[in-house]
Design a protein around this ligand. Sequence first.
Ligand code: MRU
Length: 362
Amino acid sequence: MKIDGTPFRSIWVDETDGWVVRIIDQTKLPWAVDLVRLTTMDEVAHAIKAMLVRGAPLIGASAAYGVALAMRADPSDANLSHAITVLGATRPTAINLRWALARMEAALRPLGGNARAAAAYAQAAQICDEDVATNAAIGKHGMQLIAERARSNKPVNILTHCNAGWLATVDWGTALAPIYMAHDAGIDVHVWVEETRPRNQGASLTAWELGKHGVPHTVIADNAGGHLMQRGDVDLVIVGTDRVTRTGDVANKIGTYLKALAARDNGVPFWVALPSSTIDWTISDGLSDIPIEERAQSEVTTITGRALDGAIATIRIVPKDSPAANPAFDVTPARLVSGLITERGLCRAHADALHEIFKETA
Ligand code: MRU
C-alpha cells in the first residue's frame, strides 16, 4: 500500500546493501514514519517482542528474516537451533510465528552451512511474496460480502477491531484487504475503527493506514460497538486473527469476543479474515488450547499520545497503587463466527468446511 504516494511493504530487504532488514517502527505511528534497520537476529527478536512489528502474518515474516540474519552471521546447526528457539519465544499467541520458523527450518536444516544464508533470504522473501498474494486473494473473496451489501443511499458500515491491515501483514492486510478492494472498486464504504485499548492498534494504526488510503472511517471507543450495532449502524464486522483452531475457534485481540456476542445479539454478520498460515491444525478447543499472551501492566496503567504542544507523552491513568491485568487476546468460539474469509474462499467456521477447502489437511 502507499504512504503519501510511495508504495511500501511492512518489511523488506534494503536495496542498497542487499541484506539489512527494514521495517516501519509501528510503536512510532501515527506520529512518525520511522524506518528502522535490523542487522542481527537479536534485533529482530526485540522488534517482535517490543512490537515494533506486530500482527500475526508480519510476526511470521519478521521471524523468517531473523533466521536469515542469523544464518548470515553463523550458518551452523547450533546457531540455526538457537535462532529458532529465541525467535520462537518472542510472542506466544500468533501461530504464524511457529509456522514461519518451521518452514525456515525445513528449508535450511538439510543444507550445508555455506548454502544456508542465501537460501534463508530466498525462503523469507518467498514467505513475504506469498503473504501478499494470499492477502490479495482474501481481499477479492471478502469484497463480495461488502459488494452484496452496497446500496445507493448510504455507505456499507463495517466495524473492525485492532489492526489487521497492511501494517499487520506484508501488504494488503487480512480484515482490511476486502475493504481496500471494495473502496478501490468504487463501493461506498465506511469503517468503524475500535480504538483497541490497551495498545490502541485501532486508533493508532488502522485509522492511520485507512486515512493514508483515503478510506472513510471513524474511530470509536471499544465500548461503543455494541450500541452502534443496536442502532443498525453496523452492516458487517470483519476482524483478523492470530490463531484459528481446526474447528474454527478464533483467537484475536482482546475485546473481539464481546463484539462477536453483540453481533450475534443484533443479527450482524461477524466474519474473520485469515491466511491459512494462521490455522493451527493441531488443536480443536480454542479456549483450552490457545496460549493467551499476558502483557505488561504498564500498557493498562498508562497511555501514550501527542500532547497539545506536539510532544509525545506517556501519562499514568490509574491510581499508583492499583494493580492491572492485561490479557492481550481472547477466544471467540466458532458458534459465534458467521464465516471465515480465506485465500481459498469463504467458508463456515467448522472443521468440515475448513478441511473441504484445505483438502491437503484432511
Ligand atoms: O498484539 P498484536 O498487535 O500483534 O495483535 C494483532 C491482532 O490481534 C490482529 O488483529 C491479528 O494479528 C490479525 S493480523 C492480520
